[in-house]
Design a protein around this ligand. Sequence first.
Ligand SMILES: [Mg+2]
Length: 122
Amino acid sequence: MSKKVLYIEDNQDNMSLVVWILEDEGYEVVQAWTAEEGLELLARQSVDLVLMDISLPGMNGMEATRVIRADQKLAAIPVFALTAHAISEERGRIAASGVDKILTKPLDEEELVEAIRDQIGT
Ligand SMILES: [Mg+2]
């Protein structure tokens, strides 16, 4: 059975690109357009990894990660942040929210696939 990745992203282009890349690698991708929608999905189905955009309408990716980390049933799920914010202070704040890895946009396809493969396999 293929590994399942939840991608929380409000940008259509990024969503399409990452879904295309990951499905091509054999992953199943569940899409959520807001953090709220993503958290709702996590409450109903199990996923192997969460890809979390940081800038989202409503709840942002750091807040959503803190919710995941505070929930006993979800706390162990790997969360990778996707962000265009490259400055180190911002990275520190993102890391402190509990993400396992920070990937910067524009996304490097190889880096994304390798990071996911290292974390959850294929
Ligand atoms: Mg965004």
